[in-house]
Every structure is written in structure tokens, then in C-alpha cells.
Design a protein around this ligand. Structure first.
Ligand code: PRT
Ligand code: ZN
Length: 284
């Protein structure tokens, strides 16, 4: 049995639960006050915590692994292993200043005060760039600090940028990017490592599937070779004869990223009746 720590509520919670569901790990979420549940069909117990407490909880052995944003991990100075980058809850941590403030480079931050909930990450950035600015640590609503005279600038999480915009701020330096990661303890026994590997294997299958599409198309037989070269697939495409003589159906897997580009090339090469279908799981 391994213990996985997840955020109890907030931006990571839904996507983390969705990941477990996609991995076929089911559990009853219980009431909103339940802090611990057992999965019904996988040797896993789930703990629901504040994200800030998750790295420490893994470090002291109360949980074996957990999901947090990289920003929390770096702020805590945690030495835990990142077992997998999960690709969701992407954001950046940036310095922002009032729109009217004149700014040419990071040196303009010298002598200023910067409000943040991430003092360690900010201090490292200031040290690395030899900027003598003071840090004003606050736990929330950082973006209002310049407007109420509490600080000259802020250092905070940015996603769409609309919070900065509506508070009259402009982003001037991106210090780090962040996404959700699966952390694990470096001190797992062999049984727990084995279960963690099974979990990672499932996450891998879900991630590969999310980046791929299953493609089916019809083509005249004399075009199969040319079309096969455009369809990289897992090995080579499956080719099956159609009822109409001289025609075949080709099946393959293509990458989500170059999907439009490939569709155009396939059409030009003579492909017809192209179907593109999402893939639920993919094991290569
Ligand atoms: O209660 P608990 O301590 O568990 O949660 P929390 O309040 O500390 O964190 P939560 O749920 O807000 O965010 C969890 C994680 O999601 C963060 O640590 C980041 O890794 C990630 N994440 C992704 C974000 C955002 N996007 C985000 N936009 N975390 C916060 N924001 C906030 C940001 O602080 C700012 O106020 O959204 C605002 C900016 O958003 P835009 O879209 O206006 O730029
Ligand atoms: Zn938090």
C-alpha cells in the first residue's frame, strides 16, 4: 500500500482526482471533511491536505508520494524526487510592477520592496542577479500590495495575466515556470517502489494517449506506400482491404501536435474519409 497526498481543495484538486480516475484508480470521495480514503481497486491510500503541507508530509514519511506545483516544492526547498511532471496547473512566477513605473531592466528593482508569498524563490532570483531589494512576505492578495502602498512591486503566480491587468500591474520578469508534479520519497521500501512504478506506468499510458490520436482513412492501393510514410504510427500502419476492390483502410496513431499538418499532407497524398479519434490509454 502506498499513501498519496493530494490537495484537499483548490486548483490542483480536480485535475489530480481526474488523473487517478484516468489511471483507473477508484475511491469514494466521502464527505468534504474526510481526510483519508482507501482506493477500492489499487493498493493506495489518499490523504487530502493543503498543498503547502504535502512536501513535508512526504519528507517525514506520513505520505509516500504526492502532487504539488513545482513552485511549492522550490519554495519549501524540498529535496524530494520529482517522479513525473504532470503537465497540468501550468503557471509562471513573475515580478510585476505598477504600469506607470519606468522599467528598463531588473536592476531597476534595486532599493524597491517586493511583496510575495514566495520569499525563498524571490530571494534566490535577487541574489543570482545581484539585486538589493527588500522582500515583504504576505500570505495572500499579493496583487493589491502596490495599490495600497505596502510594496513597490510584487512577485506572484501568473496564469492568464488578467489579475495583474485588473490591478494596474505589468509583468516585467518571469522567474520560473511551474506545473503540477508527482513527488515521491527517496526512502520507499521495495514493495512501495513497485506500487509507485505501477502508478507511474499508468500515468505514462494516460499522458501518451492524451498526446496522440487514432487515425483511420481510406486510400487507393497505389497510394498506400506514400501515405504510410506520412503516418509514423507506433510501428507501421495497419492496412486492411475495403469491400471495394483497389482500396484499403489504413489505421495508425499520430501525434496531437502535428495533427493538422499531417492531415493536410495525407489529403494531398490521396487519403479520403479521414477519421481522427481520441485514444483513452496507450501502452507502447
Ligand atoms: O489551500 P491550499 O494551500 O491547498 O491552496 P493554495 O491556495 O495555496 O493554492 P491554489 O489552489 O490557488 O493553487 C495551487 C497551485 O496551482 C499553485 O501552487 C500553482 O502551482 C498552481 N496554479 C496554476 C495557480 C494558478 N495557476 C493561478 N493562477 N495558483 C494560483 N493562481 C492565482 C495567482 O495566485 C493569482 O492570484 O491566480 C491569480 C493569477 O491568475 P491569472 O489567470 O489572473 O493570471
Ligand atoms: Zn497553498
Amino acid at each position: 500500500m502506498i499513501t498519496l497526498a493530494l490537495q484537499k481543495s483548490g486548483r490542483l484538486n480536480k485535475k489530480s482526482l481526474q488523473l487517478l480516475q484516468d489511471c483507473g484508480i477508484s475511491f469514494t470521495n466521502g464527505s468534504s471533511t474526510t481526510l483519508k480514503v482507501d482506493a477500492g481497486n489499487f493498493p493506495m491510500q489518499i490523504l487530502f491536505l493543503r498543498d503547502d503541507d504535502i512536501p513535508e508530509c512526504i519528507a517525514d514519511g506520513a505520505a509516500d508520494c504526492g502532487i504539488v506545483g513545482e513552485n511549492v516544492l522550490f519554495e519549501k526547498g524540498s529535496k524530494l524526487d520529482i517522479s513525473k511532471k504532470l503537465g497540468f496547473s501550468r503557471c509562471r512566477l513573475s515580478i510585476a510592477i505598477p504600469k506607470a513605473m519606468i522599467y528598463n531592466s531588473a536592476k531597476d528593482l534595486s532599493g524597491k520592496s517586493i511583496a510575495t508569498s514566495y520569499p525563498k524563490i524571490l530571494q534566490k532570483y535577487l541574489d543570482d542577479n545581484s539585486i538589493a531589494a527588500s522582500i515583504h512576505e504576505i500570505s495572500g492578495s499579493v496583487e493589491i500590495a502596490p495599490g495600497i502602498g505596502m510594496a513597490d512591486a510584487i512577485f506572484d503566480i501568473v496564469s492568464t495575466g488578467s489579475t495583474l491587468f485588473s490591478n494596474g500591474l505589468k509583468e516585467v520578469e518571469t522567474v520560473m515556470t511551474s506545473q503540477a508534479v508527482l513527488l515521491s520519497s527517496p526512502a520507499l521500501n521495495s514493495d512501495k517502489k513497485e506500487i509507485l512504478n505501477q502508478f507511474l506506468f499508468r500515468i505514462d499510458a494516460v499522458q501518451k494517449a492524451a498526446n496522440s490520436k487514432y487515425i483511420l482513412l481510406n486510400a487507393p492501393n497505389d497510394r498506400i506506400d506514400e501515405i504510410s510514410k506520412i503516418l509514423p504510427g507506433m510501428k507501421s500502419p495497419t492496412v486492411m482491404p475495403l469491400a471495394e476492390s483497389g482500396w484499403s483502410s489504413l489505421h495508425s496513431v499520430i501525434n496531437e501536435d502535428d495533427f493538422w499538418q499531417n492531415i493536410e499532407r495525407l489529403r494531398k497524398a490521396g487519403a479520403q474519409g479521414i477519421l481522427v479519434i481520441p485514444i483513452e490509454k496507450m501502452i507502447v
